[in-house]
Ligand binder design. Structure first.
Ligand SMILES: *[C@@H]1O[C@H](CO)[C@@H](O)[C@H](O)[C@H]1NC(C)=O
Ligand SMILES: *[C@@H]1O[C@H](CO)[C@@H](O)[C@H](O)[C@H]1NC(C)=O
Ligand SMILES: *[C@@H]1O[C@H](CO)[C@@H](O)[C@H](O)[C@H]1NC(C)=O
Ligand SMILES: *[C@@H]1O[C@H](CO)[C@@H](O)[C@H](O)[C@H]1NC(C)=O
Ligand SMILES: *[C@@H]1O[C@H](CO)[C@@H](O)[C@H](O)[C@H]1NC(C)=O
Ligand SMILES: *[C@@H]1O[C@H](CO)[C@@H](O)[C@H](O)[C@H]1NC(C)=O
Ligand SMILES: *[C@@H]1O[C@H](CO)[C@@H](O)[C@H](O)[C@H]1NC(C)=O
Ligand SMILES: *[C@@H]1O[C@H](CO)[C@@H](O)[C@H](O)[C@H]1NC(C)=O
Ligand SMILES: *[C@@H]1O[C@H](CO)[C@@H](O)[C@H](O)[C@H]1NC(C)=O
Ligand SMILES: *[C@@H]1O[C@H](CO)[C@@H](O)[C@H](O)[C@H]1NC(C)=O
Length: 457
């Protein structure tokens, strides 16, 4: 006989599930830059080893890196892949890549291995490498595009001939402790997992061969691991309010002459040239222009024009970093009106729909040879675009900062947004007014604005 559920338990269950929800919500707030990227929940770099041939003392493998991240690319000086051999393996030879250090090969008398380190680190070869040292997908200087931008150039491969390894699928041991620098820290790699051997289809598509053995490693990115401070921030403005909402002060760091002199340089400083070219400085560390936000990158979103059926936004990305030309940069923005984006000028656009149905996220990037290179800080250090959105009457409003983006990423890193209560407000619309009082005022104002605009056109 089924016992009826005691009524007293229900509120308890309810309370505990509410508590659980709160904990979940809270913990997601507490870890804003954890490995999980809500705009790219499956983003990862997968490293695949295909053992394609046994040799007298080991094997030949093709190692491929797939950048499955929608909006995070690997820029110069490129990726560096490391691992720790499980036994006493050595690398006899490599094609399409090279180990950065040979290590101690003094035991070898006639044939000298390419690398004897227990923990080799491999980098890509540069473009222009002689053909006899290339393999497919190699030799891009370690640069990989993001998957959304160009999947054909999001893959890298090199071939490695391993000695003192096993020569059967039972004696070969998979390498351990994979590390990926791309460039600098940020990626964490899992352990290698033996998977179904890869099948290679011949060119005519009528025969397939397969690897003797295949293992996969998955690496994921975390902004937190990459660097504690953010790298970009967002500023806002609109035609309906003179206020320019700047990036929050100290978004990426604070200007402090006493603790960190020289942490930034003034744009008009006579020493600028000598600081920029200082060969002792780590070229990966940004050298930023002194600003209140201290970010290398600022994204400005300006609500520019209100038409009858459309509205127009101008986006400006400004580089404050004197040490970096951002090649193949990309921007991801989330706004509910992206499902009605009608025209975009001078940037490429692709919708990102991590959850299938909600079409509110756009990836934007430069047009090749026109503005795909964001130049270093200075007069040329910016790129701009305008976006035309068709109004969806049921959702469109200028109220409550609706016209501003919800989230912005630059090169895969989350940008610091101004607090919502600082967004430019419609004139006469005090944030303290309750929504019911606000609505008629705003509606009337929008009606007037639309009238004015359509007259002006
Ligand atoms: C890595 O990304 C690919 C492509 O998005 C996905 O199919 C795969 O499940 C991901 N792997 C992991 C371990 O998340
Ligand atoms: C090794 O090869 C044997 C025979 O081809 C196969 O049955 C076995 O599943 C393979 N083991 C692994 C780990 O691939
Ligand atoms: C692999 O990494 C783990 C954790 O970082 C460490 O404890 C271990 O010593 C490493 N193994 C080798 C062989 O370096
Ligand atoms: C291993 O990685 C390759 C390349 O990304 C992928 O095609 C394959 O499905 C992966 N295998 C497993 C079991 O994840
Ligand atoms: C600069 O750093 C010092 C020492 O940490 C601190 O006392 C001071 O408040 C800082 N000044 C600013 C403007 O952040
Ligand atoms: C740092 O010094 C510069 C010029 O020397 C000055 O303009 C700026 O206000 C100072 N910043 C702080 C936070 O003291
Ligand atoms: C940026 O690119 C310009 C033009 O290609 C070049 O002159 C300059 O040296 C580059 N700057 C850096 C920091 O790479
Ligand atoms: C998302 O919206 C854009 C702009 O209207 C459209 O081009 C694209 O096809 C939409 N994608 C999906 C999956 O609905
Ligand atoms: C906006 O896009 C949505 C989804 O694609 C569509 O259902 C709707 O009709 C569009 N609205 C306008 C005004 O085009
Ligand atoms: C513009 O917006 C700001 C909030 O960012 C608000 O304080 C100000 O009153 C607004 N200006 C007008 C004319 O409404």
């Amino acid at each position: 006989m089924a016992t009826p559920r005691p009524a007293a338990l229900l509120p308890l269950r309810f309370a505990s599930s509410v508590a659980l929800l709160l904990v979940v919500a809270f913990s997601s707030l507490m870890r804003p830059s954890d490995a999980y990227d809500p705009l790219d929940p499956n983003g990862n770099i997968t490293i695949k080893w295909d053992v394609i041939q046994w040799t007298s003392d080991g094997y030949v493998a093709v190692v491929s890196l797939y950048n499955y991240q929608q909006h995070r690319h690997i820029q110069a000086p490129g990726w560096k892949l490391g691992w720790v051999w499980a036994k006493k393996e050595i690398i006899w030879a490599m094609t399409g890549g090279q180990a950065t250090e040979q290590g101690d090969c003094s035991k070898f008398k006639t044939n000298i291995p390419h690398c004897c380190r227990k923990d080799p680190e491999v980098v890509d070869l540069l473009p222009g490498t002689p053909y006899n040292m290339q393999i497919a997908n190699c030799c891009k200087g370690g640069v990989l595009t993001s998957w959304a931008q160009d999947p054909n150039n999001a893959v890298a491969s090199f071939q490695v001939s391993v000695g003192q390894a096993g020569t059967t699928n039972r004696t070969v041991k998979v390498p351990k402790n994979f590390t990926l620098k791309a460039p600098g820290p940020g990626y964490t790699c899992g352990t290698a997992k033996l998977v179904k051997p890869t099948k290679f289809i011949s060119q005519d598509g009528r025969r397939s061969t397969q690897a003797h053995m295949t293992w996969n490693v998955t690496c994921t990115y975390s902004q937190f691991l990459a660097q504690r401070s953010p790298t970009c921030c967002v500023s806002l403005s609109s035609f309906y309010n003179d206020t320019i909402v700047n990036c929050p002060t100290c978004s990426c760091g604070c200007q402090n002459n006493s603790t960190a002199p020289g942490s930034c340089v003034e744009g008009n400083s006579p020493y600028l040239a000598s600081v920029v070219n200082d060969p002792n400085k780590n070229s990966l560390a940004p050298l930023v222009q002194c600003t209140s936000h201290m970010c290398p990158i600022r994204v400005h979103w300006h609500v520019k024009v209100n038409y009858k059926e459309y509205w127009r936004v101008k986006i400006t990305v400004t580089n404050f970093n004197y040490r970096m030309n951002y090649s193949q940069w990309n921007l991801v923005a989330q706004h509910p009106n992206f499902d009605n984006l009608t025209t975009i000028f001078s940037f490429n656009y692709k919708p990102l729909n991590p959850y299938g149905v909600i079409n509110d996220t756009a990836m934007l990037w430069g047009i090749k040879y026109y503005n795909d290179l964001l130049m270093t800080a200075g007069p040329d250090g910016n790129v701009q675009s305008e976006l035309l959105f068709r109004k969806e009457p049921s959702t469109f409003t200028f109220q409550k900062g609706w016209a501003f983006p919800r989230r912005v990423y630059f090169n895969g890193d989350n940008c610091v947004m101004p607090p919502p209560d600082a967004y430019p407000w419609l004139p006469n619309a005090s944030p303290r007014l309750s929504a019911s009082l606000l609505l008629p005022v705003v509606a009337a104002w929008i009606a007037i604005a639309i009238l004015l605009m359509t007259h002006a056109l």
